[in-house]
Every structure is written in C-alpha cells, then in structure tokens.
Design a protein around this ligand. Structure first.
Ligand code: 2YC
Length: 262
C-alpha cells in the first residue's frame, strides 16, 4: 500500500458520516456492516478497548494518521484512544490504560492485534476483503458476475479470496508475469488475463500502485469499480463514465480490521 501523507488524512474524520451514507446508498450496508460482512462477523461486535500507538520507525510519524485511525474506530462505536507515547512506551501506555487491542503501523505494515483472544489483522488483507465485499454488495451479487482484480499483491489476493468464497468468477490482471503466474497457481480457479487492457469490464477491484490505470475503453457506463487507497487507479474520464466508484483511503480497511479482530 502506498504511504499516506498528511493531506490525505486531513479532515477525513469530518467526512466519516458522509462516506457512511454514500456506502449505504451504493451497497445497502454501512461502513461497519461492510467490514463485518467482509469478515463473516455478526454485529454488534464484542466491545473492547483499543489503543492506537504512533510508530516513529523509518520515515516516522504521519501527522494525523493515528488520530484519524482512532476517530474512525470511535465513529464505528469502539472505545478507542491514541497513546501519548510512541513505540514501545506507547505499548506500555496502551496496557496500563487497559487496552486489549492495539492498532499500529510502520512504513511497511499496518496491523491490529487483540492481546486477549490472540487474533490479528493486516490492513492489506482487510482492505482487499473490505473492498471486494463492497463491490459484491453494490453489484447485488449477480451469480454470473465476473470480477477483474487488478494487482496480485496482498490487497489483490485478499480480494480474490473473498470473491472465491462467494463463488464469483475472477479474472486477474497483473503486469508482472511471474506474479501473475504464481497467483494463478495459488488460486486454481481464477483466470489470468494475457492482456486485460484490451477488455471491457463490468466489475473491477483496482489493487495496484498505478494511478489512472483504468481507462474509459476498459469499462461501460454500468461498471462498478472498487479502488482502495492511493494513488487513485481510475483515470478521470473513466471515473465519470462508471456507474459507481467505491474509493476511500483508510476507513473501510480500518472497519474491516476492527471486524476481523472482534
Ligand atoms: O504515524 C505513524 O505511526 C506512522 N508510522 C504510520 C505509517 C503508515 C504507513 N502506511 C500507510 O500510509 C498506508 C496506510 C494506508 C496503511 C497501509 N499503508
């Protein structure tokens, strides 16, 4: 997943209700309901105290990142707080303040850990499942539907896994032939597109780090595209043409992580 920057996060906490209503209109479910559906969990989730611990390793703190993760968790009904301290001291503070769950991210991995029930969730996995679930719901899960998953990384593979669990046909589009082949071997009953760019698709999960990858020639005006995170993988003209775009930078991944560990 591409690293967020301060401007990506600014005001995200003020738009949570708007995003929630948008997702409800498009998928019929709220942010939390989609997360729970993605993880096969029933609502309400078991309440638990959650600490979000800022991590200073590598490129360091992203201003507002931890506070925004906390705001999303609080919006979803969790008892969450951001620790004053960072790193290991922050973990100590989390425990001393009675947190059973910790959310933290270094430059490579954003993860949640439940120290009581032993469960944990990776943001990449949660994001792939959450966005695939949102697409599945928005498409009203027509039996014969086929979904193009772009990108064979952690997010794309998690999206594939969710869709296969729902017996949805999956076509993989992956520019790296080795990755494409490995993914095709890992998931026996998916199709690997030789050249997806020549195709036109109704349902797409865009899980690549490439901006503006999907063009108008790849979609119809009925297309539904789930495009998590940054950069936005849909060219502006294609975003206008598509029927629905499901896009957010942290919210659905966090809602799915919360569901995964609850
Ligand atoms: O502020 C902090 O604690 C930083 N260590 C956070 C770094 C997060 C880096 N990862 C990302 O920006 C993206 C997120 C959307 C989740 C995965 N990658």
């Amino acid at each position: 997943m591409t690293r967020l920057v301060k401007k990506d996060i600014a005001a995200m906490d003020k738009n949570l209700n708007h995003l929630d209503r948008l997702l409800e209109a498009v998928t019929g479910k709220s942010l939390l309901e989609i997360g729970a559906f993605a993880m096969g969990k029933a609502l309400p989730l078991i309440p638990t105290r959650i600490a979000v611990v800022p991590i200073t390793t590598g490129l360091g703190i992203i201003q507002g990142f931890s506070e925004t993760v906390t705001a999303i968790l609080v919006y979803l009904g969790a008892d969450a707080f951001t620790t004053e301290k960072t790193d290991v001291r922050g973990l100590q503070e989390a425990f001393s303040r009675g947190a059973e769950v910790v959310f933290m991210a270094d430059d490579q991995t954003f993860s949640a850990f439940h120290f009581k029930n032993g469960s944990w969730s990776d943001n990449g996995d949660a994001t792939g499942r959450g966005f695939a679930a949102a697409l599945y719901l928005a498409a009203k899960a027509q039996a014969q539907m086929e979904v193009l998953v772009l990108g064979a990384g952690a997010v794309g593979q998690a999206a594939i896994e969710f869709l296969l669990e729902k017996n949805i046909s999956v076509v993989l589009g992956e520019i790296d032939q080795d990755k494409a082949r490995a993914c095709g071997e890992k998931y026996q009953n998916i199709k690997v597109a030789a050249d997806w760019t020549a195709g036109r698709y109704h349902y797409i999960v865009e899980a690549t780090p490439i901006a503006d990858l999907i063009k108008t020639k790849n979609i119809t005006d009925q297309s539904i595209i789930a495009a998590p995170g940054v950069p936005f993988g849909v060219a502006p003209a294609a975003a206008k043409k598509a029927d629905q775009i499901i896009h957010n930078l942290l919210e659905l991944g966090v809602a799915t992580m919360l569901s995964a560990i609850s």
